[in-house]
Every structure is written in C-alpha cells, then in structure tokens.
Ligand binder design. Structure first.
Ligand SMILES: Nc1ncnc2c1ncn2[C@@H]1O[C@H](COP(=O)(O)OP(=O)(O)OP(=O)(O)O)[C@@H](O)[C@H]1O
Length: 276
C-alpha cells in the first residue's frame, strides 16, 4: 500500500468560509536551497496585506504559492478553499487577479488599452477572435475609469507612461471580479507623482468593502496604501514577523528584516523608514 502523498489536513474552507489563502508549514526548495521555509500564513477576505522584504527574501515565491502557480515542497497550501496540487487551476485562476512584471511583459504594445482590460475576461493577452458582450465592455470601461485612466481606453498600450500602464494592469487584474488580488511591486519604476497616484487608487480599493482580499508585495514602506491592515515581513525565506500592520511594522522588526538599524514613522496612515 502506498502512502497518501497529500496527508490529511483540515480543509480551511470548512473551518472558515472567509479564508482566502492559507499556508501551513510551507517550504519551497530549489537546487538544495530553501527559497521559503516554515511559513504559516492566513489571509481572510476582508484583509489587505503588505508583504515586505529585501531583494531575494522570497516575496515573489510566496505570491506564486498564493496564486497556485507553484506547489510547496513541504506543507499545505489552500487558495480559495482549493488545495493546491489537488485542484484544476484553470477555474481557480479566473478567481485570482494578478499583476506582475511577467504578466505585464506579455501585453502587446500595439494593443488598445480597453482591450488590455477586456481580454482578461478570457484570460488572454492580445485580442483575437474572442467575443465579448456589452457587459464585459462596460465593465472594462468602468474599471479603467475607477483607476483614473478611462480617457486612455482608445490609446495603444505602448504609448502609455509607466504610471498609466501600472494602473491599466490593476484594472485588467480586476476584470474577472476576483476574490483575491495579488500585486507584485506595482509601484516599481514609478516617479513620485505616479507612485502617489497609484497608492491613492490602491487606498480606495483597500477601503472598498466589496474589493477582493489584497496582497501587495513591496520593498518600501512608503508604498503601503492607507487602508492596508496586515503585514508579513520576510528575510532569507523566513517570516520575521506578521500580523496587524501597526503591531508588525516596528523599527525592531523592519531592522531585522532589512538587516540594518532603521527608524520607522507613521503619519496620517502613511509610513516612512530611514537608517537610524
Ligand atoms: N528556480 C530557482 N532556483 C534556485 N533559486 C531560485 C529559483 N527561483 C528563485 N530563486 C531564488 O530564491 C530567492 C527568492 O526569490 P524571490 O523572487 O521569491 O525573491 P523576492 O523577495 O521576490 O526578490 P526581489 O525583491 O528581488 O524580487 C532568490 O535568491 C532567488 O534567486
């Protein structure tokens, strides 16, 4: 008799219907190195998480687990009630919005901006022969409006500024009305104005009770939008601290995470950090 490769673990969906992501005792190993280890994490529907850590800490690896693209080497991952490794990911992926540099790179420069958003309904990039109904078209327009780029719907994607592109990418990720939205460094490469605009849009999303659960990966506490509720700090593939934002983003925890003495300030629901 062979052992069950997926030993019994409580299905979180039966425990808590609001549980969106759960990682229990998770490790990810590649070529003998642990990219992540001993990670336990729970994200609920009404929570807005920021994942912080230096380069190479394992943030993108964590996001890849949370969207089901990666299987853990050890431990158990549930996403939206489905156990990763035992479920058909095709259906699950339509329930998860994702913005990453890798997704963004696949968007054709000549694509009409409205179509960049619309084509997410079919999980494709680049409009071809898919047919969309008027409700899809209206939703794509509304989302572009919500992100402040409605006036750009008929431009080609390649002509947009980096800041405008980032907002179009978030609109695209919201097209399927996902239950979970994962944002990997959405403000990377933006100038101050672009960053502040994006942070403001994400703050609106964070405050919207109908918005999906949010997980935002960043290197910078300045990019945390108001309305975010929780933080997970990663260093060398391990969790340094996690929990409510105000309890977790302490000078001590951030100093351990980034490996240098830091001072942290919170003012008007925004955060700054600098060397002590
Ligand atoms: N397939 C792989 N094989 C070996 N090492 C890998 C593999 N994929 C990622 N890594 C390593 O795992 C570590 C964590 O990578 P990850 O991309 O998750 O970090 P990150 O925190 O997102 O970093 P950054 O902030 O630079 O984007 C890095 O040191 C990376 O080089």
């Amino acid at each position: 008799m062979t052992g069950d490769p997926f030993p019994a673990a409580a299905a979180p969906s039966t425990v808590d219907a609001d549980l969106v992501v759960s990682l229990d005792g998770v490790a990810v190993r590649r070529s003998g190195t642990a990219l992540l280890h001993d990670v336990d994490w729970r994200v609920e529907l009404d929570e807005r998480w920021v994942v912080l850590g230096p380069n190479g800490a394992g943030k993108t690896t964590l996001l890849n687990l949370a969207c089901g693209q990666l299987h853990p080497s050890t431990g158990v991952v549930h996403v939206l009630g489905e156990r990763i490794g035992r479920t058909d990911l095709t259906e699950l992926r339509t329930r998860i919005g994702l913005t990453t540099a890798a997704v963004a790179e696949r968007i054709p420069a000549e694509e009409r901006v409205g179509d960049v958003v619309l084509t997410a309904a079919w999980s494709v990039v680049g409009r071809w022969r898919e047919s969309y109904d008027q409700a899809d078209e209206a939703r794509a327009r509304a989302l572009l409006g919500q992100l402040g780029v409605g006036h750009l719907a008929d431009r080609t994607y390649g002509t947009l500024s980096e800041g405008e592109r980032k907002r179009v990418q978030v609109a695209r990720a919201l097209m399927t009305d996902p239950e979970l939205l994962l944002l990997d460094e959405p403000a990377a490469g933006l100038d101050l104005g672009g960053r502040e605009d994006l942070v403001g849009r994400l703050a609106e999303l964070a405050h919207d009770p109908d918005a999906p659960a949010l997980v935002l990966v960043t290197h910078h506490v300045e990019e945390i939008p108001p309305g975010f509720t929780h933080a997970l700090l990663l260093r060398d593939g391990a969790v340094v601290a996690q929990g409510l934002l105000a309890d977790t983003l302490t000078a001590d925890n951030l100093s351990k995470t980034f490996g240098l003495p830091l001072l942290v300030e919170r003012r008007a629901d925004r955060w700054t950090a600098r060397a002590a």
